[in-house]
Design a binder for this molecule. Sequence first.
Ligand code: SAM
Ligand code: SF4
Length: 634
Amino acid sequence: MTRPEVPAERKSLVYQPSCGPVSGVDLPAELTLPGTVATAGDRGLFSAMHPLQCVLQVQRSLGWGPLASVSWLSLRMCRAHSSLSSTTCPSPERQEDGARKDFSSRLATGPTFQHFLKSASAPQEKLSSEVEDPPPYLMMDELLGRERKVYLETYGCQMNVNDTEIAWSILQKSGYLRTSNLQEADVILLVTCSIREKAEQTIWNRLHQLKALKTRRPRSRVPLRIGILGCMAERLKEEILNREKMVDVLAGPDAYRDLPRLLAVAESGQQAANVLLSLDETYADVMPVQTSPSATSAFVSIMRGCDNMCSYCIVPFTRGRERSRPVASILEEVKKLSEQGLKEVTLLGQNVNSFRDNSEVQFNNAVSTNLSRGFTTNYKAKQGGLRFAHLLDQVSRVDPEMRIRFTSPHPKDFPDEVLQLIHERDNICKQIHLPAQSGSSRVLEAMRRGYSREAYVELVHHIKESIPGVSLSSDFIAGFCGETEEDHVQTVSLLREVQYNMGFLFAYSMRQTRAYHRLKDDVPEEVKLRRLEELITVFREEATKANQMSVGCTQLVLVEGLSKRSATDLCGRNDGNLKVIFPDAEMEDVSNPGLRVRAQPGDYVLVKITSASSQTLRGHVLCRTTLKDSSANC
Ligand code: SAM
Ligand code: SF4
């Protein structure tokens, strides 16, 4: 099975492991890390540059430092280049705008470059979703949305689905309205993905379509503004602004709080960018807006970024360093979702089980981390903090009728206490995503995964012993640098040995990572594709066998709604997150003996499984029940 794509139309609440669902088959600067902040002497250098170059230059020097507003600097530089502004700042079309004049005069009395540097280097004291005091050259009302309509389009993983809601929450508070109709939008924001080349190509294609929309826009309407958010904004920065002049706003994954200001700058006719990565931004206080009232499940982001630096992966560069959200704010969000009647929460993060809340001083701060046996990290051992087992325990206590899942974990962070908790707690789903990437120890080493095939297989056995009936899924990459036929055969044999219930399989796509700099992308595209096809075939055969073991069992299913294929069938998910289809029929309600009911979205029902494929189970419904009272028998 390959991951379903999150298409151009915005989709909510599809379950996929992090950073994955772009497509199963996609073929095809070194980043400057912490540096010195520019000093007063750099001013001469900056003044010789195009304003945007200068902005990006400073961003580079700030590296992974605290969040700072690039747009302020962009504006300031435009003031310094007032004689160039007709070519380097607003487009001629936009100069007609009377507001521009007013804006320039305010710029003239704006802050200096030193002012910017001071605010950029000041420690970040608060994480607040409130609109901060505007810089002197922007009036408060210019930061407000003034009921402009925003159309948000999400690409990529669930983190992006969640980020979309965070961005929307911030914009909504600033007075923007949301629309699902592209034609009536005043602002179009694409939340983008960079994980594979094809994901980025999709966005470039989409931008060409949007360009036409922008050009055709009648002059009677406010100009259409287009923004690129997320990983692609972070990775490509000036390339996007240079290649696509019609892009008005760039906001990296840690810059969503700055969106109202970036859009205000764009209103004045300039391109505005903030692609600074943060060491501590978790949007802890920004509650994503639940947009679908009929939703039965929600994603809750618990950590961001990744410190692992697998040699093929762009995520540490686009999403920055690993940081976790405070436990208290996660619990608050889960409680709210429970009060809204949601029945399932998926804890989200790039390495969700590497969670470590260091926000409060704990007495056990010297306790070092328990890794899975035989696993190592690419970074210096971390100590202390509240770990994933603690969080999982707390979250699962919020509402015993609420199912808890998590994705995407890394296999190195499955200590026994996590496995034991999953086994013991009824509402934590017995489902573990365990991305292997390859079945060959040689390739795993080149990938810098921190484990051998043997250590991985031992972990799988340990998990299966600790959590009987556990459902396993994995990610695999076909055709990584230097992968031989023998390595590929090892991956095929791992698929056979583990017999995953779900799988997410990709052809290797070269990104500008360690592998790009040090290894050779030497597996020809047709070989990558052929190997990928083979992995898919083997995965399907094995998943069918694994899923057929459910036939004859009674399983607890959370009802999602009507089946897409038949109006007489309902569809839901079992504990292992497999789709279960069953006829919409009257049934008994175990909480109200004698009462006959029909299942509604959000109900738990017991379903007797009658058939299975690699992706779906079918059965007939027995009764409506509760998670606590359920007597699922396998
Ligand atoms: N953090 C999780 C882990 O490492 O176990 C997985 C999250 S990762 C962002 C999602 C998946 O995308 C990876 O598991 C990997 O299979 C795939 N992926 C990442 N970089 C890729 C690349 N350059 N080409 C193909 N697939 C890639
Ligand atoms: Fe990418 Fe590896 Fe981090 Fe997963 S653990 S997000 S594959 S770098």
